[in-house]
Design a binder for this molecule. Structure first.
Ligand SMILES: NC(=O)c1ccc[n+]([C@@H]2O[C@H](COP(=O)([O-])OP(=O)(O)OC[C@H]3O[C@@H](n4cnc5c(N)ncnc54)[C@H](O)[C@@H]3O)[C@@H](O)[C@H]2O)c1
Length: 353
């Protein structure tokens, strides 16, 4: 069987993670990459021996005969690049967040359906050993009905690329919530069985990024840009209500005076789960009349590798069900939109999906 030919849009930090996983497989290869930055592109091309490079993804799509496209560009370009790749008949793995808003995500979902190709999102936490283990327990029914979840991702000083596109609302769509909160909302919603969201009540803060001269940090994802904008949230908190009566609390920070941490708690009427993706899982239960915990032993795959394995399998076999498809991207984006709207308006807002 010939290898699936992938094009990557964007050659930056996360594109390299994708290139490594794609080239590590025997049935997939990176055939081309597009990025307007010659320097970034050259480094990625050299590192992974990519045979063709372009400064525009439109040229890449026109000239290369690609089966799949990975979209790994700043958030504002997710929808345009994904729509162009879908239009060219390619299957797309688009990085998170799905888009800038639910309207864009809906257009991406609709076009993937129309073209009969796969659209997956880079929500790799769904592929961690903890998520797989949790899903097995949840699907068994032994935790009963999940009626509440609380999930938090705290960074003490973890603003990415301060002053770059990451902290520019027009390009990123938001801050901590859309950048890292998105992973936790998605994972929690997925494990809860994807109930229909109906409302969100939220607050958002910006206390650290707006003072770059006093921002005291040890390391940073991406490069800071002196004097660049910061018009996004560095902490957001929301309560989301679902049609089935269930609820989710989410708290996410890029920077706050609290310790780093990431944990998800799910409460069912017969049992519960506590986990941190990539780290641990504990089942909260009762056993033989005692209040007891189960600490399962489980495999811990690299979630990026597992996400590519799943995507390639779904491209090769159209009968397989995608774990993160266009509809889920639209629902997730609708939740994010409602959280930002609620924080801006200072009141609960409804969600219709
Ligand atoms: N799944 C994850 O855990 C994870 C982690 C990090 C980043 N991401 C996502 O990946 C995306 C990229 O993040 P990054 O950290 O790699 O950013 P980055 O800034 O390192 O790289 C982005 C690259 O895109 C290029 N670019 C900009 N506009 C382009 C266009 N129109 N066509 C082609 N290339 C273009 C830039 O020149 C840059 O090289 C973001 O959406 C981010 O949210 C996901």
């Amino acid at each position: 069987m010939s290898k699936l030919r992938y094009g990557i849009v964007g050659a930056g930090t996360i594109a390299r993670q994708h290139a490594e996983r794609i080239n590590a497989r025997t049935d997939t290869m990176v055939a081309a990459i597009a990025d307007p930055s010659e320097k970034v592109r050259a480094e990625t091309v050299a590192k992974f021996g990519i045979p063709a490079e372009y400064d525009s993804y439109a040229d890449m799509l026109a000239k290369e005969n690609l089966d799949c496209v990975v979209v790994a560009v700043p958030n504002a370009f997710h929808a345009p690049a994904t729509l162009a790749a879908l239009e060219a008949g390619c299957n797309v793995l688009c990085e998170k967040p799905p888009a800038m808003n639910a309207g864009e995500a809906k257009a991406m979902w609709d076009l993937a359906e129309k073209k009969g190709v796969r659209l997956q999102f880079g929500l790799n936490n769904r592929f961690t050993g903890e998520a797989e283990t949790a899903k097995t327990y949840l699907d068994s029914g032994r935790l009963g009905e999940i009626y509440h979840s609380t999930v938090q991702i705290w960074r003490r000083r973890g603003i990415p690329g301060l002053g770059s596109w990451f902290t520019t609302k027009a390009v990123a769509g938001g801050g901590a919530l859309i950048d890292i909160g998105v992973h936790m909302i998605d994972l929690t919603h997925y494990l809860m069985g994807q109930p229909k969201p109906i409302a969100a009540s939220a607050v958002a803060h910006a206390r650290f990024g707006s003072n770059p001269e006093t921002y005291n940090y040890l390391s940073m994802w991406g490069m800071p840009v002196a004097g660049g904008p910061f018009d996004v949230d560095d902490l957001a908190c929301a309560l989301i209500r679902f049609e089935n009566g269930a609820s989710m609390m989410i708290q996410a920070s890029w920077a706050a005076n609290t310790s780093d941490g990431m944990d998800l708690r799910m409460m069912g009427d017969k049992g519960g789960i506590e986990l941190s993706p990539g780290s641990y899982i504990k089942i909260i239960t009762e056993d033989n009349g005692f209040i007891a915990d189960i600490t399962p032993q489980y495999k811990k795959p690299d979630s990026f590798t597992a996400q590519h394995e799943h995507f390639a399998a779904c491209v090769q076999d159209k009968s397989l069900k995608l774990r993160t498809d266009g509809r889920q991207g639209y629902v997730l984006q609708s939740i994010l939109d409602a959280i930002y709207q609620s924080a801006a308006e200072g009141k609960e807002v409804s969600i219709s999906v």
